[in-house]
Write a protein that binds this ligand. Structure first.
Ligand code: KG4
Ligand code: ZN
Length: 381
């Protein structure tokens, strides 16, 4: 390190279908601090959405091939945008995720580490979805003159926290007692919440990724329903009611595959003219979103009450859903809990979250030689 007071991190994320590289700089860093000034020098996400769209979900061998194709150009763009800084540390996602995809990012990180003699910090993808919530905008008044940084990593949070991580590959409810102290309270027994959005969107012909597509259709249905109209939709056409799987069970597990089956049955029962209609698709999208959100919010709040949580944390791609954010925020307020959710761009996969998580582990003294870094597709938090 030339400037001991600045730490520049190269972060790599390839656990699913986004090839992500970010370069972060932490200014005047000290191990013990209330907050660290953070500059996001670059944050590149190369999405494979178009490649996987025709399959309605991620196709692992194709994802691996795309990562291999994209990782070098993505790194080059990230370095250029950051003006080729001197890197001090590498952070890379080692799991959980799709094993062939994880190896692309990890091997790439190992090669750079070997060549430049840099330490690597292995990062857990789920923890990264949680810790990105420590990223905060800098209070304008406290901004130091000439300092480019507009964000900071805040050290202090109120524990215990109940964290809901919901993405295309994961749905987990986690109790966080402190940094590094996690307990999985429950998780999905089959499909993840994002996967459920994706599969139902596919049935309805809404494309991939399904979450944003369903949210958009659901919003049209809500707008229509909030306007005065001659006849109520309920009873006037179809009034769809989907199950709320496991909502009343005394555990924190989830199950979403039955929801997809219920949609498929309903869809197949409709004459083609009806099931292709805007009205049907919008109502089904609305009910799908309602069912998923109600289960997620209900279980999270139940856990927050049982564990006397002081903070509720959301993370993962599904956390970009505006309705979920709104409902969780309202419920957290009723409970007098702090509520943390990342900006939508940091909910879906990105390497900034990997860099921040790597930083936290680095200041705790964790780093590894490239030879010791391995992937673990089933890594637990
Ligand atoms: O975290 P992420 O980018 O990748 C994984 O680790 O899986 O999450 C992607 C998932 C997809 O299933 C996508 O449909 C879902 O997040 N998603 C959403 C929204 N935006 C992305 N789900 C619901 N509403 C959204 N606005
Ligand atoms: Zn993710």
């Amino acid at each position: 390190m030339t400037k001991r007071d600045n730490l520049t991190i190269l972060a790599i994320e390839t656990s699913c279908d986004d090839t992500c590289v970010a370069i972060l700089r932490i200014r005047n860093w000290k191990r013990k601090a209330k907050s660290w000034k953070l500059e996001i020098l670059s944050n590149i996400v190369s999405s494979q959405v178009k490649v996987h769209a025709k399959y309605g979900g991620v196709y692992p061998t194709l994802a691996k091939r795309e990562h291999q194709r994209n990782i070098v150009p993505v790194l080059e763009t990230a370095l250029k945008k950051a003006r080729n800084p001197e890197i001090n540390l590498i952070a890379a996602t080692v799991g959980p995720g799709l094993e062939p995809c994880l190896w692309v990012g990890v091997n790439f990180a190992r090669a750079i580490s070997r060549e430049l003699k840099l330490p690597i910090v292995p990062v857990n993808h789920i923890e990264a979805h949680i810790l990105v919530n420590w990223l905060q905008p800098v209070n304008q008044k406290s901004k130091i003159k000439n300092q480019k940084s507009k964000t900071q990593i805040k050290n202090k949070k109120e524990f215990p926290a109940v964290c809901l991580v919901v993405s295309g590959g994961h749905t987990q409810l986690i109790l966080m007692q402190d940094f590094g102290k996690y307990k999985i309270l429950g998780e999905t027994r089959d499909d993840a919440a994002g996967e459920c959005f994706d599969k139902i969107a596919r049935i309805l012909g809404l494309g991939y990724p399904g979450g944003p597509a369903i949210a958009a259709e659901a919003a049209k249905f809500s707008t229509f329903n909030s306007q005065p109209r001659p006849a109520p939709l309920v009873g006037a056409g179809f009034s769809i009611k989907l199950p709320r799987p496991m909502i009343h069970q005394k555990n924190y597990d989830f199950s979403f595959s039955g929801l997809k089956t219920a949609v498929l049955y309903n869809y197949k029962q409709q004459p083609p003219k009806i099931r292709k209609s805007k009205k049907y698709i919008q109502e089904m999208a609305f009910e799908t979103q309602e069912a998923i959100i109600e289960v997620l919010v209900s279980k999270t709040i139940k856990a927050a009450k049982e564990y006397k949580a002081r903070t509720i944390i959301l993370g993962g791609g599904v956390a970009a859903n505006q309705e979920l954010r709104k409902r969780m925020r309202e419920k957290a307020k009723e409970l007098n809990c702090n509520f943390l959710v990342p900006k939508p761009q940091f909910c879906t996969d990105n390497a900034v979250m990997v860099g921040i998580t790597g930083f936290f582990h680095w200041i705790c003294g964790e780093k590894k030689d490239w030879k010791k870094i391995k992937v673990n597709a089933n890594l637990k938090i």
